[in-house]
Design a protein around this ligand. Structure first.
Ligand SMILES: Cc1cc2nc3c(=O)[nH]c(=O)nc-3n(C[C@H](O)[C@H](O)[C@H](O)COP(=O)(O)OP(=O)(O)OC[C@H]3O[C@@H](n4cnc5c(N)ncnc54)[C@H](O)[C@@H]3O)c2cc1C
Length: 478
């Protein structure tokens, strides 16, 4: 985008042994599972943070934990950097490779190993897609709650890497709240199990540490996740407001009232127009902001909650209230929201920011976001998880115009700083990756960062796993 992506300097001895490394890894994996020809590497050069790309040394696609361990042992022995990869949908550049790195792709490990209704768990390989867990346990009356909009493609390993969230995480929590255990291949190839089917285990919360560690503490090859009983029913309602300020004040009031809907999603005028043109979801086009509020439970419970929420919305002069009348209508409402990023991609290139703010700051941060982006002469569409204050301004720009791209990046940085200044943080669910790496010093004091880096080094003393991500490069080389 603005400038070339920066990595830690490539390790010259690794690059010098390039052909030998490829030959050795070929001995550890079935022949079709080692990708090294220039053209075949192209799909692995980038992820959802498409403005940047870089070619790795090669891509290993193991099919078992034993193969992952063999590759990791080899890379440990010869000091080869490793970048773990799921489906490559990261929006923060978490899966973008480095020139001297082996990309370890988990996509072939895509089997659901065990469904245990009595313990309400499912154990899956890391390359299983998020949605396929719910698809598998659905007929037995269960579902897996975290639902990133990319759930058709993204993997559970990637979800753990980024501690991913989604629209329905307001009630059920994000990945870390639904994860019970992992099988982890350490940087030196040792295989360890952390957690399991039980709800808790003694000692430090290592599982909590692994979840959100962006591929820097080890390679997840299996995960045991919580599955929940499907609710009796669910109903989304659309609320249209004249202004974004009224909509965000309504969000705080609903949460403040003690009612916990399953989801409260926000769209501004720009986002409504984009999503409606794509999904034909029946969104009102004559409003300044839209909330999708979903409640769950029995008919009586849903009706009670909805009446209370509608009464609150009326305090903020809600213009449109549209309750979904059928499963088809509900699906259309969610299709519009869940395809927001794809729909935006039809009309412009965009970068998606991911700051989180306290609910009381939503109005201020939304207003300033608009002013910041306008100050750079660009446009913004806001579509986000309002109930947990996780904002996603989509800054629209032209990727082929370097000046505009630099402006988009600067606007994004200004917005993330604004979120931190408002008492929030740099990332709600997309992770730090490369995108926010250089802003970490804005949120954390040097000592704080040093402690986090010390934890990382306890797992990966040679600093080989996803080595140029999360921490500012100068902090590493200091
Ligand atoms: C259209 C679109 C919509 C999105 N919507 C959401 C959303 O609603 N909520 C949300 O949270 N995110 C969302 N995302 C971001 C992205 O989908 C998530 O971050 C997702 O969890 C990434 O999964 P993945 O399998 O693609 O992982 P990748 O992108 O391949 O990797 C993500 C990170 O995890 C690490 N990693 C991957 N697999 C492993 C493993 N097995 N062991 C250790 N580390 C690993 C990687 O090194 C990297 O740091 C969206 C992305 C897109 C493109």
């Amino acid at each position: 985008m603005g400038e070339t992506i920066k990595f830690l300097p490539p390790l010259a001895p690794v690059l010098a042994r390039r052909q030998a490394i490829i030959a050795d890894l070929k001995d550890l994996l079935p022949p079709e599972c080692l990708v090294h020809e220039e053209r075949a590497l192209v799909p692995f050069e980038t992820d959802g943070f498409i403005a940047y790309r870089n070619r790795p040394l090669c891509v290993a696609l193991p099919g078992t934990t034993a193969e992952v361990a063999a590759v990791m042992k080899y890379c440990h022995r010869y000091g080869v950097p490793v970048v773990p990869r799921g489906a490559g949908t990261s929006l923060s550049g978490g899966a973008i490779p480095e020139t001297d790195a082996v990309v370890l792709g988990l996509s072939r490990m895509n089997r659901i190993l065990d469904v245990d209704p009595a313990n309400r768990t499912a154990t899956v390989q890391a390359g299983v897609t998020n949605l396929s867990i719910s698809d598998r346990v659905g007929p037995e009356g269960f579902f897996y709650a975290p639902d990133p909009s990319s759930q058709l493609a993204c993997t559970i390993g990637g979800n753990i890497g980024m501690n991913s969230g989604g629209a329905h995480c307001l009630k059920y929590g994000v990945t870390t709240n639904n994860l019970l255990g992992v099988r982890l291949v350490m940087a030196d190839g040792e295989v360890v199990d952390i957690g399991g089917k039980a709800l808790d285990s003694g000692g430090y919360d290592l599982l909590g540490l692994i979840c959100g560690s962006e591929g820097q503490l080890g390679i997840v090859t299996e995960a045991t996740v919580r599955i929940l009983a499907k609710p009796e029913g669910a109903r989304p309602v659309l609320f249209g407001f004249e202004t974004p300020e009224q909509a965000s004040a309504c969000v705080s009031a609903v949460i403040g009232s003690g009612i916990i809907p399953v989801a409260i999603e926000f769209m501004d005028k720009e986002a409504i127009a984009i999503c409606e043109a794509f999904a034909h979801a029946g969104y009102p086009l004559d409003v300044g902001a839209l909330l999708i509020v979903e409640v769950e439970g029995s008919d009586a419970e849903m009706e009670d909650m909805l009446q209370k929420i509608i009464a609150i919305a009326r305090q903020f002069e809600v213009k449109t209230v549209r309750e979904s009348q059928s499963a088809m209508e509900a699906a259309a409402i969610w299709k519009g929201r869940k395809s927001a990023f794809g729909a935006t991609g039809r009309i412009a290139d965009y970068i998606c920011m991911d700051g989180t703010v306290p609910l009381g700051q939503l109005t201020h941060v939304l207003k300033r976001t608009g002013e910041i982006v306008e100050g750079y002469g660009l446009r913004v569409a806001n579509v986000f998880h309002a109930g947990d204050g996780n904002m996603h301004p989509l800054i629209l720009y032209n990727i082929n115009d370097p000046e505009e791209a630099a402006k988009a990046e600067s606007a994004g940085n200004d917005i993330l700083k604004l979120c931190v200044e408002a008492g929030g943080c740099l990332t709600g669910e997309h992770g730090v990756g490369i995108e926010k790496r250089d802003l970490m010093g804005f949120q954390y004091a040097g000592r704080d960062l040093a402690q986090q880096m010390a934890v990382r080094a306890a797992f990966d003393p040679d600093w080989r796993l996803n080595r140029s991500k999360v921490f500012p490069l100068e902090a590493r080389s200091a």
